[in-house]
Design a protein around this ligand. Structure first.
Ligand SMILES: Cc1cc2nc3c(=O)[nH]c(=O)nc-3n(C[C@H](O)[C@H](O)[C@H](O)COP(=O)(O)O)c2cc1C
Length: 329
């Protein structure tokens, strides 16, 4: 008898009506979560993408470099465009302007700690004014058709950890998901991420909650999920040079051959997208890809001096041969 089995894949969570299949997500990261790397992370299992954050001022001024940061490939869907800004009117206007470009979701950054952003009332500075967050989300969710989400930190500093108020304000004003980095703005990236507030938020709101901060390895994914009950896990720094984490494989379990093949592929995507400049932009990725390889320091030195794509590939080939020799020795 021929038995037909049907597998129905359940989404891990829904962003309003949009099913998200998978619980691991590449963090939005300026300078890293660009189109080439998002394609790679998605292939390895990142369930959805976020663009690098884009300035609403830049968008409204028609800055071409800013708009280009919203380039995407339809294979990335579901994809969130992330914006940052301070003025309520400008945030709403810019989001309305970019919605027709086709994002699945629009996300507002309320976590950036960098002075250039938070010192100008954007990013984490918004956390100091929950009523303003409420007004922005109330307008965005009424004026846009796509779901609107927010990415937050725990508060401005230790004295103002207002994450529950912020989360509730977001939910009450129509947000469809909250991603939470378990640090305050004042901490920047120091100390360690505190995951217990993420658990409190998860118990307080009904919309999906994404846990984020210091998820460095596969075991951490399990720990943050167990400790917080979060619907998904966002991974930033540990995913640089290590998209394998989205396949729940740790960096040290990846072979040199796998790394070399991915370096080639990523480099080629960078050249396709950025042209010659892709070589320079790829440097920060390659140093991460090779960071745990034997002889990384010397390799790093030579990769950073390559002046053309051909030189870079020749150096990679040399490294591959050297690796074979070392392996055989
Ligand atoms: C280089 C870099 C760029 C970042 N850019 C953004 C950004 O554009 N938007 C954003 O919401 N967060 C940004 N972040 C914060 C990350 O999304 C994430 O919240 C933070 O790194 C903590 O997660 P991790 O411990 O997994 O790295 C950035 C972080 C880094 C290291």
């Amino acid at each position: 008898m021929h038995v037909v089995t049907t597998f129905s894949r359940q989404p891990s969570f829904m962003v309003r009506g949009i099913p998200i299949y998978g619980d691991l997500i590449l963090s939005p990261m300026a300078g890293f979560s660009d189109l080439p790397y998002r394609l790679i992370a998605r292939d390895f299992g990142s369930a959805m993408g976020y663009t690098e954050f884009v300035s609403v001022d830049g968008l409204l001024q028609g800055n071409e470099k800013t708009r280009r940061m919203l380039d995407f490939d339809p294979s990335e869907y579901p994809l969130s465009f992330q914006v940052f800004g301070s003025s309520e009117d400008k945030i709403v206007e810019a989001c309305k302007m970019i919605e027709p470009l086709g994002p699945t979701i629009i996300d507002l950054n309320m976590g950036c700690s960098v002075a250039k952003v938070s010192g100008r009332g954007a990013g984490a500075a918004l956390l100091c004014d929950p009523p303003k967050i409420g007004r922005i989300f109330s307008r965005l969710t009424k004026e846009l058709s796509v779901p609107v989400t927010g990415k937050i930190r725990l508060g401005w500093d230790d004295k103002s950890r207002n994450y529950l108020i912020t989360a509730k304000t977001l939910e009450d004003n129509g947000a469809s998901l909250i991603a939470v980095h378990g640090r305050t703005k004042a901490q920047a990236y120091t100390g360690s991420a505190d995951w217990s507030p993420i658990a409190e938020i998860k118990q307080t709101v009904k919309i999906p909650v994404i846990g984020n901060g210091d998820v460095k390895c596969v075991a951490d994914i399990k720990r943050i999920k167990q400790q917080t009950g979060c619907d998904g896990v966002m991974i930033g720094r540990a995913a640089i040079g290590n998209p394998w984490i989205f396949s729940r494989k740790d960096r040290h379990d990846v072979t040199f051959e796998e790394k070399a093949a991915l370096i080639r592929r990523h480099f080629s995507l960078m050249l396709d997208y950025y042209g010659k400049y892709g070589l320079i932009l790829f440097r920060k990725h390659v140093v991460k890809y090779i960071s745990e390889i034997r002889g990384a320091a010397a390799m790093r030195e030579s990769f950073l001096t390559a002046e053309t794509a051909e030189q870079f590939i020749a150096l990679l080939e040399e490294a591959e041969v050297e690796h074979l020799v070392l392996k055989a020795a």
